[in-house]
Design a protein around this ligand. Structure first.
Ligand code: NAD
Length: 296
């Protein structure tokens, strides 16, 4: 099975390495030459353009920033659709808009090309270990046929429904993840104001039911050292929250608390934190509270 991989950023780079390490033949494409050079020591074959990559590959995987980029890469002039043909499959691992995914899947189906949405969770750390959670939308028989593709980068792999279901589940996952990180940040900032060391509070939370992936992993790895270098841009998290709310609105479904969380992250992006790692929501909340840590 020949793999074409488009988008070799924070997630796509390590995921693509997993395919190479598993012995797949891999062709790669990224608009940024620096992203391509990160695979320089491997057998990855750079493609001249998207059409050439799609012509070479049996399976084309995407790891791109958002649905606008995905739509242009697939359906735009000289895009992947020009090189894909009946019997091939397109797998979008990006966190994309469910309605856009359904549109692309419908257009490709007309040409006999299958599509699966297969967004991922676990961040750069688990991408490097090949231990991502993968939530797949699309036909079950296609999911089963390409299961070994998901095993190259995933540890827990789920079929969650038809086209777009994977992308909806991903946006809901991140809505909860964004909420726990922001709530934990507010708790740590308040505790510090009250004279309780952040390390002490986190130790207690992690021994109790207040714990989360944020308190167990993100705080010690990316926040207490104030590096905020988690490899997931705050802008991308804000995008995911917007997607969750958009889908809720399309379905006339109320999302009171989700709206507040999304607005908080949107405000952080508006204040210029967007290109920083998403853990910098902590620095944003610190500034809002007037409790900036001037000691570091
Ligand atoms: P990133 O910005 O690091 O990587 C995106 C890559 O796409 C870049 O290398 C960029 O040059 C490339 N690109 C952009 N436009 C392109 C085009 N038209 N053609 C080819 N390449 C193009 O982003 P990331 O953090 O790797 O995230 C990728 C996707 O995965 C996003 O949808 C994100 O929301 C999702 N995601 C990220 C994480 C994370 O922890 N970083 C975790 C889960 C899901």
């Amino acid at each position: 099975m020949r793999i074409g991989f488009v988008g070799l950023g924070n997630m796509g780079g390590p995921m693509c390495r997993r395919f190479l390490e598993s012995g797949f033949e891999v062709s790669v494409y990224d608009v940024n030459p620096e992203a391509l050079s990160s695979l320089g020591d491997t057998a990855a074959e750079p493609a001249d353009n998207l059409k050439a990559l799609a012509t070479f590959a049996d399976v084309v995987l995407l790891s791109l920033p958002d649905s606008d980029v995905v739509e242009r890469a697939v359906l735009g002039d000289g895009g992947l659709a020009d090189g894909l043909s009946s019997g091939k499959v397109l797998i979008d691992t990006s966190s994309s808009r469910p309605s856009s995914t359904r549109t692309i899947a419908g257009r490709l189906a007309g040409e006999g090309i299958e599509m699966l949405d297969a967004p991922i969770s676990g961040g750069v750390l688990r991408a490097e270990e090949g231990k991502l959670a993968v939530m797949v939308g699309g036909k079950r028989e296609v999911f089963e046929r390409y299961y070994e593709v998901f095993q190259a980068f995933g540890e827990k792999i789920f079929h969650v429904g038809d086209h777009g279901a994977g992308h909806l589940v991903k946006s809901l996952n991140n809505l909860l993840s964004a909420r726990t990180l922001a709530s934990a940040a507010e708790a740590v900032i308040l505790a510090r104001k009250a004279g309780i060391a952040p390390e002490t509070l986190l130790e207690v939370l992690n021994a109790g039911n207040g714990r989360s992936y944020s308190t167990e992993v993100k705080f010690p790895r990316f926040i207490l050292n104030r590096a905020f270098d988690d490899g997931f841009a705050l802008d991308l998290m804000a995008k995911d929250l917007k997607l969750a709310l958009e889908t809720a609105a399309e379905m006339d479904h109320p999302k009171f608390s989700g709206a507040a969380v999304a607005q908080l992250w949107q405000a952080a992006a508006a204040q210029g934190y967007g290109p920083e790692g998403h853990a910098s929501i902590y620095a944003f909340l610190e500034n809002l509270s007037g409790e900036v840590d001037h000691t570091q």
